[in-house]
Design a protein around this ligand. Structure first.
Ligand SMILES: [Zn+2]
Length: 213
């Protein structure tokens, strides 16, 4: 999953205002306004029909557009579920965006359900499409992303193993150590010592020149 595009910089509101009527239609999945406007969510970068069954966004993150073309021109992508542009996002783009989202949110408690909500799809469909296009499941991709982040922290910071675990999305040090060992063949402490021995652990002063290790 390389060649991930940068998150677009969304410009400020220029379209219709988010009135209470529009907001009520969005949270009620009311189809009355479908075809007249669409809403985009700044935090997910996705736009939907007012009737979309996706989890309701926070009101302050919503932007209203007159149509799909306006939202797309501002860098938003069409929802897979309600297909506000008539076709929805291509699978490749959707999964690339999902991987990018994982890379930005790996430190949070992620489940397949949380991921599917954020990406506007059923957990089953997301799991199947992600595996088909990347060769790994979302859970495996999350674990790999967390372990890579943990390796960086072990190498570049003086944080304890527990601190590294909690800051990279693991619930505790024991589970972190199990996953880390499975993917790298080393415990977190052994990995850090190996980095230290190879001279790439900058947070500790190397004053003991004669020390053998
Ligand atoms: Zn939608």
């Amino acid at each position: 999953m390389t060649d991930l595009h940068e998150r677009p910089a969304y410009r400020e509101q220029t379209g219709p205002a988010l009135t209470d009527d529009i907001w009520n239609a969005i949270i009620a999945n009311d189809a009355a306004l479908d075809g007249r406007l669409i809403y985009a969510v700044k935090t997910t970068g996705i736009f939907c029909r007012p009737s979309c069954k996706s989890k309701p966004p926070k009101r302050e993150h919503v932007r209203i557009f007159r149509g799909a073309a306006d939202a797309a021109a501002q860098g938003f992508r069409p929802c897979k579920r309600c297909r506000p542009d008539g076709k929805g996002m291509p699978d490749e783009e959707w999964i690339r965006h999902t991987a990018k989202w994982i890379e930005a949110h790996y430190a949070e408690p992620l489940t397949l359900a949380v991921l599917a909500d954020a990406q506007h799809a059923s957990p089953y469909h997301l799991h199947r499409t992600f595996k088909r296009l990347t060769g790994v499941t979302p859970a495996e991709y999350i674990a790999a992303t967390r372990v890579e982040a943990a390796k960086r922290r072990l190498k570049e910071t003086g944080e304890t193993v527990t601190e590294v675990a909690l800051r990279t999305g693991f619930p505790n040090a024991a589970y972190f150590s199990t996953v880390f060992h499975k993917r790298t063949g080393l415990s977190p402490t052994a990995y850090r010592q190996a980095q230290e021995a190879s001279g790439s652990y900058p947070s500790k002063k190397r004053t003991e020149e004669g020390r053998s290790c």
